[in-house]
Design a binder for this molecule. Structure first.
Ligand code: NDP
Length: 327
């Protein structure tokens, strides 16, 4: 028997989450069984611990969209017992039971071997948010980062914190947008050279183009903030759009695309092919300073998850929450 956070839904559609004992034969089908060591708390996990928001297909459900651990049993030649592995994406924790569990069973195709230079805890300090931040930075690099500072929105959150640390480590000036002024010292310690108040960017302006200010942008917020940022990009610069913490609508015009050649790059971490995932994890091991990663981490246990899931949906989590599923 082992412990997992199980979410149930009652006849009235109300969900409840509790740490529950499960047995191996209750796990979903898959070719690799993993003894999970760490998982994390991402925005989607908040949704899946609560009412599901259309992400969870069937109950009972075990959330946790990422995990790192050790292979316990494998029917696939690529993995053998004792191998360290990491998983992000593929709708694990949404349509398939995820990492809020001491054991998980998944398809071998969804796993990546833990890259040299990272242990399982560090891999989950990065987690889906950090992996996505790396994909965003790689997309900006592919399209060319211009001379101005790179703007990171939702900077004190998971994606924003890791993006800030990576970009600063790569030598870029980073302007961090936050709605929490008290996180300024934290963001500066990650390498931000400028702190921008959320209200400053959220202000409504009628002009579709403003001064050419940002050499690139990692945007975790979307909505009116993304619309405004598009008109502030340098000529030919790119915005890697990662999230919608500030809304799914995009009240923008086509002018920044037509008159400034701005690129809007959509980042999806869920369906990344194996080669891309491997490349991103190897870049993380190389380009994310581990001391800065450590400064982002808040430890948690399975029983802390119902509260943390609700906190992240309110934008109240700073940095990365690492869940020790065996604590
Ligand atoms: P977090 O909650 O950790 O961070 C989001 C941050 O956005 C908050 O910390 C806050 O930053 C800011 N924010 C929250 N609400 C608002 C608002 N109403 N207006 C403006 N800013 C706001 O989440 P993550 O970093 O884990 O994820 C960020 C987004 O990226 C989510 O929408 C998530 O679903 C998405 N995502 C997408 C992935 C993909 O594959 N495309 C993968 C992972 C995440 P601050 O306090 O500094 O202002």
């Amino acid at each position: 028997m082992f412990n997992a956070l199980v979410v149930n839904k009652d006849d009235e559609g109300k969900t409840s989450a509790a740490v529950t004992q499960l047995s191996l034969d209750q796990l979903p089908a898959g070719d690799v069984t993993v003894a999970v060591e760490y998982s994390t708390v991402n925005y989607k996990d908040g949704l899946c611990i609560g009412p599901g928001g259309g992400l969870v297909r069937t109950y009972p459900h075990v959330p946790g969209i990422d995990f790192a651990g050790t292979v316990e049993a494998s029917d696939d030649a690529r993995y053998k017992p004792g191998d360290k592995v990491v998983l992000t994406g593929w709708r694990v924790g949404e349509a398939h039971w995820g990492g809020y569990s001491q054991k998980a069973r998944v398809k071998a195709d969804w796993l990546v071997p833990l890259p040299a230079g990272l242990d399982t805890r560090q891999a989950m300090a990065v987690g889906t948010a950090g992996f996505t931040a790396m994909l965003a930075v790689m997309a900006l690099e592919d399209h060319g980062i211009k001379s101005g500072p790179v703007l990171v929105t939702g900077a004190a959150g998971g994606v924003g914190s890791v993006a800030t640390a990576i970009l600063a480590h790569l030598g870029h000036k980073v302007a961090a947008v936050t709605g929490r002024p008290e996180t300024a010292d934290y963001l500066t310690s990650l390498g931000a050279t400028q702190i921008v108040a959320r209200e400053e960017i959220n202000e409504t302006v009628k002009r579709p183009l403003e001064g050419e200010t940002w050499g690139g942008c990692v945007d975790a917020v979307g909505g009116p903030m993304l619309a405004r940022v598009l008109g502030q990009m340098e000529y030919g610069a790119s915005v890697a759009a990662v999230g919608l913490a500030g809304g799914a609508g995009l009240p923008a015009t086509v002018i920044p695309f037509l008159l400034r050649g701005v690129n809007l790059l959509g980042i999806d971490s869920v369906m990344q092919p194996y080669e891309n995932r491997l490349r991103a994890w190897q870049r993380i091991a190389k380009d994310l300073p581990m001391d800065k990663l450590e400064a982002m981490v808040q430890p948690a246990t399975l029983s802390d998850l119902p509260k943390l899931g609700s906190d992240i949906l309110k934008g109240q989590v700073k940095g990365r929450v690492v869940v020790d599923v065996n604590a």
